[in-house]
Ligand binder design. Structure first.
Ligand SMILES: Cc1cc2nc3c(=O)[nH]c(=O)nc-3n(C[C@H](O)[C@H](O)[C@H](O)COP(=O)(O)OP(=O)(O)OC[C@H]3O[C@@H](n4cnc5c(N)ncnc54)[C@H](O)[C@@H]3O)c2cc1C
Length: 457
């Protein structure tokens, strides 16, 4: 049995703690905030609740595997639901499409109806191209416990055509400008220019078409509540409001951690699910961290978008889970899944509905987001009863990690970073910052790798 310390109580750290404790290792989880959850912990105000970070997950199989392998099935705790259509795209020329997931044929029909005959087949051919890339990415990177370091290999880079940018691929494959916007808006919202994103990340379109987009009623914080229960069931020692300030080493291997109050915890294994720049820049001894420091010096954390959470009362325009208003600024409205509200906006009891929307944009602090929505035809100003504004700086300090990941500032920088997941015997770096895309499923997948590497006690 190994003594394990997990640093960081976001979804990645919790997933690692759940899996390792099930494998009979003794696990202590350290979280610097008063509550666990990291970017998924949720926000509440005036009786409304919103997702603070992720609102949808694209690969629920990763979460199902996590719960099955660490105890009881996910469905025992969280009623994850396939959302269809999950996303509406509205364009400045007035055209719009509700893009379904899970079916190639349904996507073709919806696009032809919304954006004009022929756009459906154009999009289908583009998404079809990604199937091979997805299988390569799975085999070479995602299914291999040492896989993220494979991204640093020249052969893998060649197979994944890592030199081709998404922008180049889009201009080759999608003559319709609106389709190019559909393919790139997620990256733009996440702060990356398609000219710098490698083309293989277009697999996200394939992943969404094949596996759908899923939401939890009441928000993704439900996933964190389920993981909190799992911590208790597996006797993980969860210590909140404690910060790891140093990783201790001995004879070239990990020996434990030091906390801000000076306490030390000895450990054979330390799993860091936090900002890797902090691991290499502050927690590890200088002599051990040299390579990591160099690799991360060039890494720029993504500046999160501006986020406004609004609580609305009464009937509001019915929206799907996500509405993308293309144009300047790009505006994205996320609607939390409220099981008690029907399609007319009434609750089951007939009371005026309450809607919790989250609006994300990159237009800067000066944008009046509700006015911007009104100019795009969605005027909910008279319905507003609660509001929380979060600026990019607030979001970054809430978790002290780049929950939105790092900018794609060159393929070499990203590949070198990925190769640093196990810089020292006993030390593992996982989570949003170590994967090509910052997302719940990849964060949870990285935790599965640590469990595979460690095995049973
Ligand atoms: C606005 C926004 C929208 C998003 N939308 C989506 C989406 O729709 N779908 C999707 O799949 N993903 C989405 N993401 C990404 C997703 O939320 C993240 O990839 C994921 O939640 C990251 O989990 P993590 O555990 O790696 O990191 P985090 O959630 O950042 O957790 C890290 C934890 O470590 C703690 N910590 C930091 N330093 C220390 C220390 N020294 N000692 C102890 N504890 C420490 C922090 O307090 C934090 O709790 C979104 C992210 C954001 C910000």
């Amino acid at each position: 049995m190994a003594e394990v310390v997990v640093v960081g109580g976001g979804v990645a750290g919790l997933a690692a703690a759940a899996r390792l404790s099930k494998l009979r290792h003794r696990v202590t989880l350290i979280e610097r905030n008063p509550t666990i959850g990291g970017a998924l912990r949720g926000i509440e105000r005036d009786g409304f609740s919103w997702d603070s970070g992720a609102a949808m997950v694209a690969l629920p199989a990763i979460l199902r595997d996590l719960f099955r392998k660490s105890g009881r099935p996910l469905e025992t705790y969280v009623d994850l639901r396939l959302i269809n259509p999950a996303r509406r795209h509205v364009f400045p020329d007035g055209s719009a499409v509700d893009l379904p997931t899970g079916s190639r044929g349904d996507q073709i029909t919806a696009l032809d109806a919304g954006l004009g005959q022929g756009t459906g087949l154009q999009w289908a051919a583009y998404v079809d191209q990604q199937a091979e890339q997805w299988h390569l990415l799975r085999n070479l990177v995602l299914d291999d416990p040492q896989g993220s370091s494979n991204l640093a290999s020249r052969d893998v880079a060649r197979l994944l055509h890592i030199r081709t940018s998404l922008a180049r691929q889009l201009s080759r494959s999608l003559p319709d400008e609106r389709l190019r916007r559909i393919a790139s808006s997620g990256f733009e919202l996440a702060g990356s220019s398609p000219a710098r994103v490698p083309a293989y990340l277009a697999v996200e379109s394939y992943v969404e078409r094949s596996f759908g987009l899923w939401q939890a009623p009441g928000g993704m914080a439900a996933l964190i509540s389920a993981l909190a229960l799992r911590m208790a069931e597996r006797a993980v020692d969860v210590r909140c409001t404690e910060t790891v300030t140093a990783i201790l080493t001995s004879a070239g291997a990990v020996a434990g951690v030091e906390l801000s109050e000076g306490e030390t915890i000895t450990a054979d294994v330390v799993v860091c699910a936090i900002d890797p720049r902090v691991v290499f820049g502050q927690l590890l001894p200088r002599s051990v961290a040299r390579n990591g420091r160099r690799a991360f010096r060039a890494a720029v954390a993504v500046t999160p978008p501006n986020i406004t959470h609004v609580g609305l009362s009464g009937v509001v325009p019915p929206l799907p889970a996500e509405t993308v208003l293309h144009g300047d600024p790009l505006l994205v409205i996320r609607q939390q899944l409220e099981p008690s509200i029907d399609a007319t906006g009434e609750t089951a009891a007939g009371l005026p509905a309450r809607s919790a929307w989250t609006i994300l944009h990159r237009g800067g602090d000066d944008v009046d987001v509700l006015e911007a929505l009104a100019t795009r035809g969605i005027d909910v100003r008279s319905r507003l009863v609660a509001r929380v504004d979060r600026r990019p700086g607030d979001i970054a300090t809430e978790t002290a990690t780049p929950s939105y990941g790092f900018e794609w500032n060159g393929r070499r920088v990203a590949a070198r970073r990925a190769g640093l997941a196990n810089p020292l015997p006993g030390l593992h770096l996982i989570g949003a910052s170590m994967y090509p895309v910052s997302a719940i499923h990849y964060a949870a997948w990285s935790a599965a790798h640590v469990a595979q590497l460690l095995g049973k006690a």
